[in-house]
Design a protein around this ligand. Structure first.
Ligand SMILES: [Zn+2]
Length: 326
């Protein structure tokens, strides 16, 4: 059931409000909880006692002095939004991953569960998070990282940090950054920057006069008009020097060289813009093309890029992500 904020229409005129469903119906309820923002939750004592040794002890010591509609009334220090989610966790209510993410991101749910020693509810949170983590990592890796750290799920945090390499830092959501502790945030920024450098170095896109072409296997020195362009540990033919007087060719080659900076901004990039690939095909096939069909050059270049991306992945694998104990 979706969480609705307490309705002002439920006010009893004494400044109290009744919580939203399912904590607004007295059916089966035998206790009332009053939150710090004067909202009344009617609830079943058996759920509370089973969920929390804290409440079990508290209620065993006697009946609270105050009552609400003949139900014993127990004050709690939490606000109604936090308590609404906590009580849902402690009773057989359906909770979606979306509900969980919103609640954990916005309210002190975990500290409340700890305070009341609600271990089973805490475990329910962990189980739900583990089940929904793959989708959350894909859709919101920074939030997934932050919540995984909150829950002590560092394996998931590392997966999320890796996925976050596909998101340039200027696209990181402020609202997601806000729920990270400052040490984790700085650790994540350091990791991102180091991965950016590692990806840039492994991509290794630069001129080279030495070596041979991964497409046609000829040495770069075998033709006076050819040179090489490194892509990872491989290299491919490009035209050089006086053959590059054609401005369009120069611009195309420059677009390929400029593309290397993408890896610093977004180390998770595993496909350069299509226009970059097309430009490289154009400047490469003119040299290799006398022996190779254009289609074969394209296929060969795709293989070279695949190897380069694998080398980038391996370089990033070697970048440590330091996670301090929370
Ligand atoms: Zn070649």
């Amino acid at each position: 059931m979706a969480h609705r904020p307490p309705s002002a229409a439920s006010s009893n005129g004494a400044g109290l409000r009744l919580a939203s469903a399912p904590f607004d119906t007295p059916d089966g309820a035998d206790i009332a909880l009053r939150t710090s923002d004067d909202t009344i939750f009617v609830f079943r004592k058996c759920f509370l006692i089973a969920a929390s040794p804290f409440f079990s002890n508290l209620l065993a010591d006697g009946v609270p002095d105050k009552v609400f509609r003949r139900l014993p009334l127990c004050p709690v220090l939490e606000d109604s939004e936090t308590m609404h989610f906590v009580l849902r966790l402690c009773s057989p209510n359906h909770i979606t991953m979306g509900d969980l993410v919103v609640a954990l991101s916005s309210h002190p749910v975990l500290s409340t569960l700890d305070k009341y020693i609600m271990d089973a509810a805490h475990q329910r949170v962990v189980n739900m998070f583990q089940e929904g983590a793959a989708t959350l990592i894909k859709e919101a890796p920074l939030r997934a990282f932050a919540l995984a750290r909150e829950l002590g799920q560092d394996t998931i945090a590392r997966q999320a940090a890796r996925q976050l390499l596909c998101v340039p830092m200027d696209k990181w959501k402020i609202s997601d950054q806000a729920i990270l502790n400052i040490r984790d945030y700085h650790g994540l920024v350091q990791y991102f920057l180091r991965c950016g450098q590692a990806a840039f170095d492994a991509a290794n896109i630069a001129h080279t006069p030495l070596g041979g072409c991964a497409t046609c296997m000829q040495s770069f020195s075998s033709s006076p008009n050819s040179s090489g362009l490194k892509l990872g540990s491989s290299a491919v033919h490009i035209r050089k020097g006086d053959s590059l007087v054609h401005l369009e060719g120069v611009a195309k080659l420059q677009s390929v060289l400029d593309a290397r900076h993408i890896f610093r901004l977004c180390p998770g990039t595993r496909q350069l813009p299509e226009v970059v690939f097309e430009n490289l095909c154009d400047v490469s096939k003119l040299v290799c093309g006398s022996q190779w069909e254009s289609r074969a050059v394209r296929m060969s270049l795709k293989r070279v890029f695949a190897v380069m991306y694998k080398e980038i992945d391996e370089a990033i694998d070697r970048v440590p992500l330091g996670l301090s104990s929370v």
